[in-house]
Design a binder for this molecule. Structure first.
Ligand SMILES: *Cc1c(COP(=O)(O)O)cnc(C)c1O
Ligand code: SF4
Length: 341
């Protein structure tokens, strides 16, 4: 029998992840934002405690929005020429075939849209693919959502094949949290649906070392065996991974699973996510702490997605300072400054 995804507050209380006394608050949050926990995540919460629970279990803190927070924190709407497409950079587009996730992360930057719409209809998907086909500048298609790994292998295969057949599309990248939150879904059939002539990358969203269980390791291994390079994407979250030791364990854990850390995201200004936000200064200090101490393979780029749709920008520490006359002052991994002629 297939274990059920928990959505209702009653079910969360019965599973022991929400105390009965919080029922009213959690019900209010659930009326505002989508809630879901997979049985695997309930086990992760039981084994992993606070850093896992904070990410997935709704809390009253989500009802507090500040004036700086927004419904569309990274300004996607302005760059959406048609349903299911976001085209901000000339050479790449987002394709969002569905707005459903197996779990709903409490800090999600798309929290006002995910879990509220379903999948694109066949006609909408065909229009989105036609948009890509008719734009020869599009070199890469980033399939995201929602979570594209929730599509059936048959539907995923149809999308991958359609993109693979577009001559100017050279690279496909799928962004997913499924290997972490519902690893049993990464079946041989799902992996086979990603087979293509063109390069297919899978970017996996993970935020805490305790998310990297043996089942997740096996799911990642199946993808790697199929020749799919894996990238890691993490969000810097207060109370989850905002200390050097946890970040180091996460990044080392990802690389050991053959996942190359790609981005560490500063939390976007989505409504009701203030309890997750650290300062940029703190994030930069963490990046500085990792540099030199941890293998270069483990170093992600620390990025901020600018509000208003201005795009992603690296905001990590800078180690070089121009002195004029073509010479530079460079800081080494232990913080000592050197003149570079
Ligand atoms: C994040 C994002 C991308 C991908 O950016 P990369 O820096 O290539 O990972 C592309 N389009 C949009 C709209 C995005 O938000
Ligand atoms: S899996 Fe991604 S899109 Fe879905 S809720 Fe989490 S952060 Fe948002």
């Amino acid at each position: 029998m297939k274990a059920r995804i928990l959505r209702r507050t009653d079910a969360l209380i019965a599973a022991g992840v929400v105390p009965a006394g919080r029922r009213r608050a959690v019900e209010r949050v659930a009326r505002r934002f989508a809630v879901a926990l997979t049985p695997h995540v309930v086990e992760l919460v039981e084994a992993g405690g606070d850093p896992i629970a904070r990410q997935f279990v709704p809390s009253a803190a989500e009802l507090r929005a500040t004036p700086k927070e927004r419904a569309d924190p990274i300004g996607d709407e302005r760059f959406s020429p048609l349903k299911g497409i976001v085209h901000r950079y000339p050479d790449r587009v987002l394709l969002k075939p569905l707005l459903v996730c197996p779990v709903y992360c409490r800090f999600c930057f798309r929290r006002e849209t995910v879990g509220k719409g379903g999948a694109l209809t066949a006609r909408e998907l065909a229009a989105a693919l036609a948009y890509i086909r008719h734009n020869p500048a599009i070199w890469e298609v980033i399939v995201t959502g929602g979570d594209p790994f929730l599509l059936s292998p048959r539907r995923l295969r149809a999308i991958v094949r359609a993109l693979d057949a577009i001559p100017h599309v050279q690279v496909m990248r799928l962004h997913t949290r499924v290997p972490i939150v519902e690893p049993s879904r990464v079946t041989p059939a799902l992996v086979a649906s990603l087979a293509a002539e063109k390069a297919v990358y899978v970017a996996i969203h993970a935020n805490h070392p305790r998310e990297l269980t043996a089942i997740t390791r096996a799911a990642c291994a199946r993808l790697v065996k199929a020749g799919i390079p894996l990238l890691g994407q993490s969000v810097l979250l207060k109370g989850v991974n905002d200390d050097a030791a946890t970040l180091e364990a996460l990044l080392r854990g990802l690389v050991a699973l053959r996942i190359k850390p790609y981005y560490l995201h500063h939390v976007d200004l989505a409504r009701g996510t203030g309890h997750f936000r650290t300062t940029l200064a703190h994030g930069r200090n963490l990046m500085r702490a990792l540099r030199g101490r941890v293998s270069g393979l483990c170093q992600p780029t620390y990025v901020l997605d600018l509000p208003g749709g201005h795009g992603k920008v690296p905001v990590g520490p800078c180690y070089a300072r121009a002195l004029g006359g073509g010479s530079w002052e460079i800081e080494d991994p232990v913080g000592k400054r050197h003149r570079y002629p």
